[in-house]
Every structure is written in C-alpha cells, then in structure tokens.
Design a protein around this ligand. Structure first.
Ligand code: C2E
Ligand code: MG
Ligand code: MG
Ligand code: MG
Length: 289
C-alpha cells in the first residue's frame, strides 16, 4: 500500500526517482539486513502482443524500498549482491514474491506469466530447478507461467553448470528467455545448445532501429533467427509509437517498454490496463483484455 502510494506520487509529480547519484553503492551488511527486513519488492512491467495489444506476461524487476532514500533501482545493488553471494538469498525471495503474485492472478482467473531475472552466479546452483518445481507445485502454479530470464552474457560464465541448470529448468516445464540479446557473445553456439522459448532484443538496438539502418537490420535479423528456432521475440525498450509501428511491421511478437508501461507495483496494473485499452495503437483486432 505504502509502495503503491509512493509510486502514484512519483507518477503524478512526474519525478521518475529521487535524485540518486549514479555511483551510489551499498555495502554487504546493509544489503544483507535489507534482504532480511524484506525491503526488496517487485515491480512488474507488461509484455504485450504487438498484434492485439493484449498483455500476456510481465517482467518482475527488483526494487529496494529504502527507508530513507525511497525506491532504489537494481543498478545500485545487484552488482554488490553478485560479488558478495547475497544474490542467491535475494533471488529466492524475489521468486517467492513473483510466484505469490502469479497465484493471486490465477485466483482472479488470469493466466499471466512472470519473467524473473537470474544472474550468472545463481546458475551454478543445480538445486534451483528442483526447488522451483517444489514451489510451483505447492502453490499449484503451472510451471510454464514462470519464465527465467538469463542474459546472453551471463551464459559465458560457468558454462557447464549453467547448461545443466538450464536443461533442468526446461525439463520441469519452465520457460527460458535469453535477455539483452545481441550484447553478449558466442550467441549462436549457446542458442543451439539451450532450449530458449523467448529472445529479448536488447534496448540498444530497438531504440535506434527507427533512425539507423544497421540497427534496424539487426532487429530484423534477430526476429528471423528467433522465429526460425521457434522462439518468440520480445523487443525491449519500446519508447515511442514509431518504435511500436516498426516492430509491428517487422513481425516482432511482443513489446515491452516505456511506451506501453513503466515497471509498476502489481496493484497498479489493472488501472494501467484500462488506460492502455484506450490509447494502444492497434485496431483492429480489438484487444481481449
Ligand atoms: P533487464 O532484465 O534487461 O530489464 C529491463 C530493464 O530495462 C529494466 O531496468 C527496465 O526498467 C528497463 N526498461 C524497460 N523499458 C524501458 C524503456 O522503454 N526505456 C528504458 N530506458 N528502460 C527501460 P531495471 O528495472 O533498472 O533493471 C535493470 C537490470 O537489473 C535488469 O535488466 C536485470 O538485468 C537486473 N535485475 C532487475 N531485477 C533483478 C532481479 O530480481 N534479479 C537479478 N539477478 N537481476 C535483476
Ligand atoms: Mg530481464
Ligand atoms: Mg533486458
Ligand atoms: Mg538489461
């Protein structure tokens, strides 16, 4: 509730964030305490079908509800968590929050898939797939409603263990998504080995595609690569109606970005959906929200 109020205050005042210096970092003890005090929450950003505008899934993005500073973005705490090992307990907490939310949506009759971000560091934990299948079973959630987003660059670290963990996820029926695609390396080899069902085209290509032939060609090539490998494509960082129209023309499947919605608390999503219905640029077919 408190978080939702804070979010609406930010929205109406049109101040994205309190002024947090870019280089601000926190030490391990502070982060450890904050994890234990449940100060990390999830914001959700819709992924919508370019054909109909319908929201089919959301990405869960961690936010630190800092008692003094306010809402702190992941760039300020994920790197320290990764280097200290705190990323493991933090990720488990985020997965629990995401699954509770999916459960709630299921009870409301909505099948909304949630994408959770996994750092490279956690992929060496080969118990994680079994732990997640237990959690989804306990909550009676179909595993395909949980998507695990892994950045292309994180696949390089710990390649052998990552592969084992990812293969187990897939075996259990979870969906795998390759995040920030195009910014990592040895991509073709990884794509061949790991059964991803979703490819997320990095924001840096999407946001320039309208004005730059090379970026447009990269986006186009990524879409055809993904489709040939039976993957769905998500364009990240869709910020303008021009971006939307281009991606629609290029036959991209899903769009995510500020043009559609910024990440928000779960409670704000239904209000956003109402508003999106009236302004989303597709007609016909009418969205079936
Ligand atoms: P990501 O997984 O690639 O998530 C997309 C990021 O792009 C998010 O930043 C989102 O707010 C931002 N974004 C979405 N649409 C737009 C847009 O139209 N324009 C612009 N400029 N940005 C957009 P955020 O939430 O700050 O997260 C940054 C990164 O932190 C994420 O990148 C992800 O790699 C990581 N992250 C977030 N939450 C978690 C978490 O729970 N665990 C782990 N391990 N990493 C996380
Ligand atoms: Mg992601
Ligand atoms: Mg990404
Ligand atoms: Mg990213």
């Amino acid at each position: 509730r408190e978080l939702l109020e804070l979010y609406f205050v930010e929205q109406t005042a049109n101040i994205a964030q309190p002024a947090i210096p870019k280089e601000l970092t926190f030490d391990e003890d502070e982060l450890d305490k904050a994890i234990n005090d449940d100060q990390f929450v999830l914001y959700y950003q819709p992924k919508v079908l370019l054909k109909s505008g319908r929201m089919v899934s959301v990405e869960a993005l961690a936010r630190w509800h800092h008692p003094e500073i306010g809402v702190v973005n992941p760039v300020h705490f994920i790197p320290m968590m990764e280097s200290s090992g705190l990323i493991a307990p933090m990720t488990i907490k985020m997965i629990d929050l995401a699954l509770d939310q999916v459960r709630l949506w299921c009870e409301q009759g909505r099948n909304i898939a949630v994408g959770v971000n996994l750092s490279a560091a956690i992929l060496s934990n080969t118990d994680l797939p079994d732990m997640l299948i237990q959690k989804t079973r306990d909550l009676n959630i179909p595993p395909e409603l949980l998507t695990l987003e892994i950045t292309e660059s994180s696949l390089i670290q710990n390649a052998a263990l990552s592969l084992e963990t990812l293969a187990r996820f897939k075996l259990h029926g979870f969906s795998l998504s390759i995040d920030d695609f195009g910014t990592g390396y040895s991509s073709m080899q990884q794509l061949n080995r790991i059964p991803f069902s979703e490819l997320k085209i990095d924001r840096s290509f999407v946001s320039n595609a309208c004005h730059d032939k090379t970026h447009k060609a990269i986006v186009e090539a990524n879409i055809s690569l993904a489709h040939n490998l039976n993957m769905q494509t998500v364009a990240e960082g869709v910020e303008t109606v021009e971006d939307w129209q281009l991606l629609h023309e290029l036959n991209c499947d899903l769009a995510q970005g500020y043009f559609i919605a910024k990440p928000m608390p779960a409670e704000a999503l239904s209000q956003w959906e109402q508003e999106w219905l009236t302004r989303q640029p597709i007609s016909p077919p009418k969205p079936n929200l």
